[in-house]
Design a binder for this molecule. Structure first.
Ligand SMILES: [Fe+2]
Length: 263
């Protein structure tokens, strides 16, 4: 567990399963919280009890089991409503409300905006908290990487990443998995002269060896190290032999290489 308090909103990172991250979000001083993704009941419930929080809302980023499997148990324990993408409403357990791109709703004084970011899945959405510039991206973006394309196209994923990149640079990004180590190895492979990647890897290893979640970077920080957000990098393009290519071609090449990367 890890507590951050940017501008009056606290985020508690809960580690679950092998490498999933779920997030408890609440106003500083308020005991009412929401959870983003529900990989596993016990670690979420333990953190709620430890922090003295009450669960009032469940948000899912997409329908994969490792992001929704504890919905049912959490609903039974807390009677909290489950919101997700309209697209996923029929395939997410206990969902009572479907959300659409650009929609805004409020929870305990916190404004939350929905961003459709398809690519990993058709219904993948992100939750953006504009007051504190917090973004929860599920499996679309990871530290130095991006999600696999299970249901979407390269074009969709590329567009979703552009959409994320257009948010304010100080936006703090919270990922659905801890993949820093392997993504960092891949990032170094395609951009060996990027010294910021080494710094990110070093910081992540320090956190992990202290049994802590890795820190959520800002978008500005992520754009310095994540090859999928650096499609114009001359160094990456040279490495791929795609100097004159369109961004989408660079993206597709990176994604294909990452799919078969052994580390
Ligand atoms: Fe997923």
């Amino acid at each position: 567990m890890n507590v951050q308090d940017p501008k009056g909103i606290e985020v508690r990172t809960v580690r679950a399963l092998k490498d999933n991250y779920c997030y408890l979000v609440h106003r500083a001083g308020s005991a009412l919280c929401l959870v983003i993704d529900t990989s596993e009941f016990a670690p979420i419930q333990d953190e709620l009890e430890r922090a003295g929080l009450r669960l009032g809302l469940i948000l899912n980023t997409h329908h994969h089991g490792d992001h929704v499997d504890a919905n049912e148990d959490l609903v039974r324990r807390w009677d909290a409503p489950v919101y997700c993408s309209s697209h996923d409403r029929s395939r997410i357990p206990n969902a009572v409300r479907g959300l659409d791109d650009g929609e805004t709703f409020e929870f305990d004084g916190m404004e939350i905006r929905v961003l459709a970011i398809p690519g990993h899945t058709r219904g993948q959405i992100a939750y953006y908290f504009p007051q504190a510039a917090l973004l929860f991206v599920g499996d679309t973006l990871f530290s130095m990487g991006c999600g696999r394309l299970f249901e979407g196209t390269h074009e969709e994923m590329c567009h979703s990443l552009e959409k994320i990149s257009s948010l304010p640079p100080q936006t703090q990004v919270f990922f659905g998995h801890e993949y820093t180590e392997k993504n960092g190895a891949f990032a170094l492979n395609v951009e060996p002269d990027n010294i910021c990647i080494h710094a990110r890897l070093r910081a992540a290893r320090e956190s992990m060896s202290a049994d802590r979640p890795t820190a959520a970077p800002t978008l500005a920080e992520e754009m310095r190290v994540n090859p999928f957000l650096r499609l114009k990098s001359p160094s990456i393009r040279r490495q791929l032999g795609l100097e004159g290519a369109r961004d989408i071609e660079v993206f597709a090449s990176l994604r294909r290489l990452r799919d078969v990367f052994q580390g």
